[in-house]
Ligand binder design. Sequence first.
Ligand SMILES: [Zn+2]
Ligand SMILES: [Zn+2]
Length: 330
Amino acid sequence: MPALLRQLSALGGCTHPIRLDGHRTEHTVDTRTGEIGNVLHHLDSTTLPAGHLLVRCNNRRTTRCAACAEVYRRDTFHLITSGLRGGKGVPERVAAHPRVFATFTAPGFGPVHNRPTGPTRSVRPCRCGVLHDQDDAALGAPLNPETYDYEAAVLWNAHAGALWRRFSTYLRREVAKRAGLTQRAFRDYARVSFAKVAEYQKRGAVHFHAVIRIDGPDGGDTPPPGWATAELLTDAIRAAATAVRVDGPVIDGRAHVFALGRQLDVRTIRSADFDGGQELTERAVAAYIAKYATKGAETATGALDRPLKFLAELAQLDISDHARRLIRTA
Ligand SMILES: [Zn+2]
Ligand SMILES: [Zn+2]
């Protein structure tokens, strides 16, 4: 039992360890001739207390393995934090580079139940006439499922990655244009880098949160040019996000074209020193990104965190009608 406990404790709480069968032998090697010498260590999985070699699943979804997802969340937090204020091999000077936190949404596919806010930020009733509670299961579901554009909603998610890649190309172009540089010359002066996560909104559409930063030509180690400001970056992001389009498939004679939604939020990230309680700080941004790096569609939409083998399984699942229609369409 103590040996089994030792083996299990090395998993750090992973609930779905991968069981490996096999053996591993370490030998000395003569570095001049390459000749294999004495056995240093031999491991046979069948001799281990659990009968297998157990390794962490390293799944980053909370619903699959809370322990492994937590490790991933912390790693992400530190990665984003060092990208914002230096540390772990990143120079501290990056904290002085122009940085923004931007949220990109999907366009509308039809009206959904929501909690609209008035001018005083007070919650108003939904279009259906109900003042929905914050955790009302109806939130995000279409007012009329028959007219909701499920086909476009599902395809948009499938093209969101391509849309982001094209956006990042456009963004560099827009930043260069505002600096009066050609794209070729731009590379000699500055670099645009980002970290992004995809989050599912309640309606099941992907949206992106991204930290975007302008550095000098060699990245974080080099100072950005004088023209590189958070305002210029914000302006360039808005222009690129408005312009970006990706062609989709033609289905039943309908040619799909995908764009980002009109709702776009871009905020300058301040260092903790500038934080008056209102500003968006490095820590808050890092915590936000890290949180969404470990959440999948199932948390927001009540859908599934695994693929289905047969469509017939869909009928047996305890999921919302909206999630069922999304999955069927997919
Ligand atoms: Zn795990
Ligand atoms: Zn409603």
